[in-house]
Design a protein around this ligand. Structure first.
Ligand SMILES: NC(=O)c1ccc[n+]([C@@H]2O[C@H](COP(=O)([O-])OP(=O)(O)OC[C@H]3O[C@@H](n4cnc5c(N)ncnc54)[C@H](OP(=O)(O)O)[C@@H]3O)[C@@H](O)[C@H]2O)c1
Length: 361
């Protein structure tokens, strides 16, 4: 019996592999029963240490995918790989998130494997039409999905929506197998390439950090809880084939988030806030900065579409459907943020350097 994992060199995939080796819900006799598709072996040092089997390849490589299902007796597939880069074009997103997903679904469907867990995102919901100012908008699995046409939304959102449709289509075509969709909320923790870097970069800037007193809220989840939830669904979700489950733990506001960053750097928490009306006035200018500095990792991370959205609107992603099956979120978010900060800036140089320079001046 083997388990096939894609995206194992990433934030979520790394946690899923680690958790698979610790848990007892699904049988794993030894680390080499976990088969990981790895694009770049130089990024896989942690996986090597764990002793899992690594197969060099990409989701576009159909022969490799077929060979994996032929060579190993795969029972479960955790499809976590995706193009999530803030720089990627629609074509790149489509190639991995749609064509890559289709290649994997086809290889899985031809095999004797039983269970396919697809990793999607809460980005699929129609935030644009449902958002309301000064209120928390709640999304359940039956909330409306956003547009699926190129150009009607950011490429990542469109590609994740089409990817989900493929999973639903395969679930209908192959009723003997289980296909589950997990819609992950924003994840924060060790290895996070978006939330933690954005918070630290914003904190280091000599500008007001808070918009509307930092009251904008975001549903956060620990990567370990995502791994726990996906394994839980493999065991408990088989009668829900073709359905989606939100995975999101709890709401945090930006003031709370910056307070944890301030605590990590041993600095006073930010106090100065920009009123919402002023932020809205500046928003077109921020979009212009993003276009002008389209090659700057700093600007693209700091002003990512989701970062700008979350500063202005508050969303909650309801995971009651998952909880109704008996799942409980157990990982402490503050701890995760501190671990993420420790991994991202262990020497605490990113903030103190700037402040020291200011103090010298
Ligand atoms: N992080 C979040 O807040 C969040 C929120 C909602 C949903 N999600 C979903 O969670 C999943 C994992 O996200 P993440 O945050 O862990 O991203 P990540 O850290 O960037 O990891 C992405 C993984 O996918 C692999 N990959 C990308 N393109 C590939 C391809 N063409 N063929 C094979 N492997 C490929 C990457 O390999 P390399 O290491 O070689 O690049 C990496 O292992 C994605 O499906 C994403 O949509 C994440």
């Amino acid at each position: 019996m083997a388990i096939f994992v894609t995206g194992a060199t990433g934030l979520v995939g790394g946690h899923v592999v680690n958790y698979l080796l610790q848990q007892t819900d699904i049988l794993v006799n030894s680390a080499d029963e976990i088969i990981c598709l790895v694009r770049n072996p130089s990024k896989a040092t942690e996986l090597k240490q764990l002793g899992v089997k690594m197969i060099h390849g990409d989701l576009s490589n159909i022969p490799i995918l077929n060979k994996i299902f032929n060579d190993y007796s795969i029972k479960y597939v955790f499809h976590i790989a995706a193009c999530v880069s803030v720089y990627a074009s629609f074509e790149e997103m489509f190639q991995t998130n749609v064509i890559g997903t289709k290649n994997l679904l086809e290889a899985f469907s031809r095999s004797s494997a039983r269970s396919f867990i697809h990793t999607s995102s809460i980005i699929v919901y129609d935030h644009h039409h449902l958002r309301k100012r000064n209120t928390i908008v709640k999304f359940t699995e039956s909330s409306p999905i956003g547009p699926k046409q190129r150009g009607k939304d950011i490429p990542y959102a469109v590609s994740k929506r089409i990817g989900e449709d493929l999973v639903v289509e395969f679930a209908k075509r192959y009723p003997d197998k289980s296909f589950l969709i997990t819609r992950l909320g924003p994840i924060i923790g060790k290895g996070d390439r978006q939330m933690i870097p954005s918070l630290v970069k914003a904190f280091a800037l000599p500008l007001p950090k808070l918009i509307n007193k930092g009251l904008g809220q975001i549903s956060l989840t620990a990567p370990l809880d995502v791994a726990r939830a996906q394994v839980f669904l493999v065991k408990n979700g088989n009668s829900y084939s073709g359905q989606a489950f939100n995975i999101a733990k709890e709401r945090w506001n930006f003031r709370q988030l910056f307070n944890v960053v301030a605590e990590y750097y041993n600095r006073p928490p930010p106090k100065i806030s920009i009123p919402l009306w002023l932020f809205r006035l500046f928003k077109p200018f921020l979009h212009l900065i993003k276009i002008i500095w389209s090659k700057s990792e700093f600007i693209q991370t700091l002003l990512s579409s989701s970062a700008l959205e979350y500063m202005e609107y508050s969303y909650e992603y309801d995971a009651q459907k998952l909880k109704n099956l008996g799942f409980q979120f157990t990982t402490d978010i503050k701890n995760c943020i501190l671990k993420g900060l420790q991994a991202y800036d262990p020497e605490k140089l990113m903030v103190s350097k700037r402040i020291k320079r200011k103090e010298i001046n």
